[in-house]
Design a protein around this ligand. Structure first.
Ligand SMILES: Cc1ncc(COP(=O)(O)O)c(C=O)c1O
Length: 426
């Protein structure tokens, strides 16, 4: 954060007027009187996504079953089509990427493919602050192989809300067969050094997979350089693919000959898939990890969204994201620090992802008060309001307004009128 910011109500206007990414706002469905700060959880809909979904609807209406083969088999081979759009976003070859299933399913796919325990090397290394679905998947995969997670899942303990990369490396003992970690932590926004950790794993003969959910579209990722064994990610956060849009898997090409842990007929070679033989004829690229029929409607919204991301370019998005989140942090410190707010994420650019962690003892009720005032953040226990100005659709003026509204909420203590009972989805 070496850019000086100004605490002046006209300043955000001048930033918006000079923002080379500003025009992308027009591609999104933005609501009047609402400031969306939740792109870390579910990205907003683009007009491009709507267009692609409507196109699929038209094709389905007109063609019925023939939808699979229109436009040179576009929808039958939709994973490949989307992988080409995804490749520049994560720095991998298109044939190392497949788009299918969902995040947690793809975690199961990755782990069941790469976790091949032996008597002496049977542990999976994880941390204790990752999003819990990753842990549930790891524990259940270990149990499927007949092990007790208490023994076979090796958990690196966090230090407070952060992970120490050296603790991860030091835990890479000879009994570890596989490592599975997140790139950016969902609560603290901490970014792990994937290159360093992957290199350490490789030097010790340990396979490694990454959960890129909170990283993809938020930070620059170069899977070629990282050279991990596999990775998975969702497409509905910073990529704006739509609620529950199909997820992705990356399989390093050195593993193309491996068999998928969870095989299905869409992982069969396309040349023999429709011969419908009983023997699985594995497609030897990432598409061989697909399981069943593509979720075309949810992939269509992703197609539109990825076009926008590619037009913008992840490097440009990261640059704006660092600048606009830096501005938010500047305003928080300037205006809110006397009211019990602190910034919970690390401050170095290389160590923070796309969201700002606004911490307050009354975080839950303040987050509800924000919603009542038209701001959409989210809340994570025990005290984190995640506030995400995104590169593509958040203006600097909105950031300024968010802080002004927060100031009003704490000055008037309007959050005290809110019931402490929690809703299921926060
Ligand atoms: C790191 C991480 N992994 C996985 C998921 C969710 O997986 P799924 O798309 O299967 O619900 C999330 C959800 O926010 C997440 O943050």
């Amino acid at each position: 954060m070496n850019v000086p910011y100004q605490d002046d109500p006209d300043y955000p206007k001048s930033l918006d007027n000079n923002d080379p990414m500003g025009h992308f706002r027009q591609r999104f469905f933005l609501k009047k009187d609402s400031i969306y700060m939740c792109g870390n959880s579910l990205g907003l809909a683009t007009k491009d996504a709507e267009e692609c979904v409507l196109e699929v609807m038209e094709r389905w209406k007109d063609e019925g079953i023939k939808i699979w083969t229109v436009d040179d088999n576009k929808y039958y081979l939709y994973s490949r089509y989307l992988a080409k759009l995804m490749a520049p976003i994560v720095g991998a070859d298109p044939d190392e990427i497949a788009i299918f299933g969902g995040t947690t399913i793809n975690i199961h796919q990755g782990i069941s493919t790469f976790y091949k325990p032996t008597k002496d090397k049977y542990k999976i290394l994880v941390d204790d602050i990752n999003f819990p679905t990753d842990r549930y998947a790891v524990d259940s995969q270990v149990m499927l192989q007949g092990y007790d997670p208490k023994d076979a899942v090796k958990v690196v303990k966090s230090k407070g809300k952060f992970m120490d990369e050296d603790d991860i490396v030091n835990a890479m003992t000879e009994d570890v067969a596989l490592i599975f970690l997140p790139t950016v932590y969902y609560r603290s926004a901490q970014v792990l050094d994937m290159v360093k950790i992957t290199k350490a794993a490789k030097e010790r003969g340990i396979l490694i997979g990454w959960d890129l959910c909170h990283g993809v579209g938020a930070i620059e990722i170069n899977l070629k350089e990282i050279d991990a064994d596999f990775a998975i990610w969702c497409t509905y956060k910073y990529l704006n693919g739509g609620p529950g849009s199909s997820a992705a898997i990356y399989v390093n090409r050195r593993h193309f000959k491996r068999l998928p842990g969870l095989a299905g007929w869409y992982g069969n070679k396309i040349e023999t898939q429709f011969l419908l033989r009983q023997e699985f004829d594995h497609q030897q690229d990432a598409n061989g990890w697909q399981i069943g029929t593509p979720n075309v409607l949810s992939m269509a919204s992703l197609e539109g969204a990825l076009k926008v991301i590619n037009e913008a370019g992840v490097a440009n998005m990261r640059k704006k994201s660092l600048h606009i989140t830096g501005y938010l942090m500047y305003l928080i410190e300037k205006k809110l620090s006397n009211y019990g707010f602190t910034i919970g994420n690390l401050r170095e650019d290389s160590k923070r992802g796309g969201h700002v962690c606004l911490e307050h003892d009354e975080g839950y009720r303040i987050s509800i008060a924000m919603k009542k005032r038209g701001i959409v953040p989210d809340f994570r226990d025990p005290n984190v309001i995640r506030v995400t100005p995104t590169a593509l659709y958040t203006s600097y003026e909105e950031v300024y307004r968010v802080v002004e509204i927060l100031l009003d909420i704490v000055r008037t203590e309007s959050y005290k009128e809110i019931n402490k009972n929690r809703n299921y989805v926060v």
